[in-house]
Ligand binder design. Structure first.
Ligand code: AMP
Ligand code: MG
Length: 293
């Protein structure tokens, strides 16, 4: 049966027009008829329910040791990436997951090809790797500020971005062929909601630390970012590594939706706890006897 969240997946080879994707959609059957506080409340309950399912699914991922899971999170500034990680990952066993937050590349990183620094942070089998920003920054923020390519002695141009999309698709294909499941989420906020959140960072003393002057500078490039996201999402949503466009004007709705997609994806792997061999069973019986005397 198709899931409600399937509608949020970008079909391969389709052109994404972000304008057509709502930022305030809440179309799953549980959320469809709700508004305001009731919507928040229900979204919060869905998240809580999914946290339990996610915790069980992670345990199975770890025990079965068959797959790694790479969770890629992108969005404009103030789209809610950090809060989503905090809330959706709060039920996970920290031993089996690792968050990597990517900032501007260091001098050493710039000495390598653009995928190098991300390759070093990939999750091992049995683990969940969370990329808070990712190699997609190299076709997003770098495309908006192509002068940064000079540090890598590269020249911007249509063919450079095309080649990078190909590199990314090949990289992701390599990973999925080697048992890494990849899920990519774009947190889609409206320009109006971004303004509200940036203002909140200025008005609330406890949020001042979140404010960065670059957030305002980057907001001025909003349309350039939209173009960059539309091209990147269109070129790199594949069957093996799909993009989901998550309506993110309501943080709780975004968290509920992502937790649902993530949990379903692990469940869909139909993993099982490893069966003990005859030898192990004999050892278990023996150990029991010894402990019971
Ligand atoms: P934040 O996520 O708020 O901590 O900000 C991190 C900053 O690092 C953002 O402005 C990103 O655009 C920037 N950043 C991340 N990856 C790259 C990259 N590959 N090249 C240039 N800037 C990047
Ligand atoms: Mg920031």
């Amino acid at each position: 049966m198709p899931k409600d969240t399937d509608q949020l997946r970008v079909r391969p080879h389709t052109k994404v027009h972000l304008h057509d994707w709502e930022t305030a959609w809440a179309g799953t059957k549980e959320l469809r008829h709700l508004k305001g506080d009731q919507l928040k409340q229900e979204a919060h309950e869905i998240l809580q329910r999914n946290l339990q399912r996610l915790s069980q699914a992670q345990d199975l991922l770890w025990a079965s040791d068959q797959y790694a899971l790479l969770f890629v999170l992108q969005g404009m500034d103030a789209a809610g990436k950090d809060g989503l990680i905090k809330h959706v990952m709060s039920g996970l066993n920290p031993q089996g997951c690792e968050v990597s937050s990517f900032k501007q590349p260091t001098g050493e990183e710039l000495q390598h090809s653009f995928l190098w620094r991300y390759g070093r942070r990939l999750p091992a089998r049995g683990r969940i790797g969370i990329f808070n920003r990712s190699y997609y920054e190299d076709v997003l923020v770098v495309r908006v500020h192509p002068e940064w390519l000079e540090k890598q002695h590269l020249k911007p141009g249509h063919s450079l971005w095309r080649r990078r999309y190909d590199d990314i698709n090949n990289f992701e294909r390599h990973l999925t062929q080697n048992r890494t499941v990849i899920l990519k989420f774009f947190l889609h906020v409206s320009r109006k909601e971004q303004k509200r959140r940036l203002l909140a960072r200025l008005d609330d003393a406890q949020k001042h630390w979140k404010f960065s002057a670059s957030d305002l500078a980057e907001r001025a490039y909003w349309n350039d970012y939209v173009d960059a996201f539309e091209d990147a999402l269109s070129a790199t949503s594949t069957k093996h590594a799909p993009w989901y466009i998550i309506p993110a004007d309501d943080k709780w709705v975004a968290r509920a939706l992502v937790s649902e997609i993530l949990t379903d994806a692990i469940r869909d792997l139909r993993l099982e706890y490893p069966q003990p061999t005859q030898e192990q069973l004999a050892a278990i019986r023996k150990a029991k006897r010894l402990l019971e005397v």
